[in-house]
Design a protein around this ligand. Sequence first.
Ligand code: ADP
Ligand code: ASP
Ligand code: MG
Length: 411
Amino acid sequence: MALIVQKYGGTSVGSPERIHAVADRVKRWKELGNDVVVVVSAMSGETNRLLELINAVNPKGAAREHDVILSTGEQVTIGLLSLALQGKGCEARSYTGSQVKVLTDNCYSKARILEIDDAAMRQDLEAGKVIIVAGFQGVDADGNITTLGRGGSDTTAVALAVALNADECQIYTDVDGVYTTDPRVVPAARHIPKLSLEEMLEMASQGSKVLQIRAVEFAHKYNMPIRVLSSFDECDEGKSTLVTREEDIMEKVVVRGIAFNRDEAQLTVTGVPDEPGIAFKILGPISDANIEVDMIVQNVGSDNTTDFTFTVHRNEYEQAKEILCALATEMGAKSCGGDNKIAKVSIVGVGMRSHAGVARDMFEALAKEGINIRMISTSEIKVSVVIDEKYLELAVRSLHEAFGLDAAAPA
Ligand code: ADP
Ligand code: ASP
Ligand code: MG
């Protein structure tokens, strides 16, 4: 007998019919003799609808209230799925994040999980029940409801799998695994049967939203393999992707996949006096405002001044620009501005560690298409470039082909 944690995303539970289909699958796993813990997202579109309501009433109000509202989507789904299972003769019990107790910090809208109390769930599992947990939410030490950031139900699932020492963490979604790039953007994308947690971590952090980055971080830290599968497959033995330790993967390719991200914006301040502490002076107030910075480039000119460019999440662009331009005036900078029509494209693969020239090949492929590169950053297993957003799809398609990732055309 195994303990399985399954997570079903928004489209997988997007209608009463889909909830019944999920309930049938959960029941099958339970009847095979497994203990089953299910994590669900809100029904598709629901979290966006709640966000629209917040924006229509008071987007600047307390973040605490935003999380109270955003967490309700998942609460509806746990109730519906429990009812569906009960109707099929399968005992099930729903839990909100605070009922479990998924303890988080108090950073509303991007809270981090600190601890999970497994006592009540274990008791129900021993009594033969299926546990249905609301993803994406937790509770802080003072009892306030928190949410874990968009896509956060993945993180709830992995964290529960770790806390319960599960045999497998299955992420059911609307694609049958991880592909070399988003198959909705590049139809020639190829299915990847197995990839390393390190590669998935880079893919997720560079924009492949098939798994939330924090979920992969958790899985990496606690060595919990994740299986990504489609909840739309009729059978339980369809295609899937196993994301696991690098040692367990035989095939090491140079470029495993291509990730992209339209969620970033670029900010630039020019002609800042070049003196020690300048990066701290600029980025300190940005970080104090809880704005995360991704890429950073600093260029020293010949006239003892420096130009400083960095990227932030697009949602935080206006706030970051306000802070930066106030600083620029204070520092006597030449100019301050930005652009929120940029995109980042990254190539990822553990094989890059031992292969030189991958970045060169990437730049050549982009040059061939006349695509201008604005910023570059590299790590051991990835190369990222920032380009104009309008060239994003062309860049992804060309790189996919240049690195030999296109699936063979059907015979
Ligand atoms: P869920 O609601 O189930 O959490 P998501 O929309 O968060 O589903 O994630 C699944 C989507 O991720 C797919 O529909 C696909 O468009 C997108 N995606 C992005 N990059 C990839 C990739 N490399 N492989 C597979 N899917 C990807
Ligand atoms: N419902 C939340 C979202 O749409 C969390 C999730 O689906 O994982 O982001
Ligand atoms: Mg998701």
